[in-house]
Write a protein that binds this ligand. Sequence first.
Ligand code: FE2
Length: 353
Amino acid sequence: MSITVRFAQRDELDAINAVRRQVNDHHVSGRPDIFRSGFCDELEQHIFEFFDTQDHSVIAAFSEGRLCGFASVYTFVKPLSSYNLERRIYGVEEFGVLRDFRRMGVASAMIDFIKKDALAHGIDRIELDMWEFNEGAYKFYKSAGFVTIRRYMELNVKGFPTRENAERILEEAGKLNNGAWISHSRVAARCAEAIALKCGDLDSEKAYVLGLLHDIGRRFGVSHFRHVYDGYTYLTKLGYPAAAKICLTHSFPNRDIKDYIGNIDVSEEQYEYIKDMLSNVRYDDYDRLIQLCDAISMPFGAVSVEQRMNDVKGRYGAYPQNKWEKNISLKYYFSVKCGDDIEKLTSEVKGDI
Ligand SMILES: [Fe+2]
């Protein structure tokens, strides 16, 4: 496949926007709680404004005459400050390759072009920033010789996303693996919120969010035990440890890994990791609440804990007796705690299907 790289012309920016749209979708999928979904007018126009700005250029890559990649680059002088020496920088603002043309050398060809262009400007360093979730991009930049010179960190104070961001996270997950689990998650969230509101000492928003995200590991595809591991690692990477903990604990009310109903579709190492995490984690009322809500939530709405367990038993052929008893005891625990009958309290909770 022959690849050519050159500076883009203004009438090629629409084709470049097709690549930018894919890059944006990738960002939305990776951080639904940060990036705007869709491709808004401002984002579409940005490349035209960038193109028209002095010391800014757009580079395009072509394969068999088709535009398949782009980079938007700029040069600037960072002035002397009390901290820094004056330095000239060649920056890469955006960089992307069309999905069908990845792993074919397009990105490497663009980096070669950028290196030559930087030197032509008398600049010997190229800078860019990237998102931590973007592991593929990190691997590529590293292989191209880039090194990390600075880290951009954040701490989510509550340990779980806002209600709105949790909804976005679930919505994006549904695009990757749609199924009854989405509605089941919403039912669990609605039940958790209703019970938490009655308890008085629980944060109902936190309960809702934790319920909504407890099965988020299913975003990576149809899985069994794996959704526990995937959900825990995914939300940990996103910086939401309280929500990640629920992904880990929701299937194990007795803290016994052998209670899992379904296939063990993880590696031995991943299984041992979850086992180790479970033995070290301390359960609180949020863990217990989502365990209960998971055990009463069907995709169409809330049911009694016995009805839901019988449904699971019917599908898998068995239900561990100690898990059965624990779920019943959780129902009584929360009935006493909130001074109301759990079935009555959640009887109006419906799903989206
Ligand atoms: Fe669940």
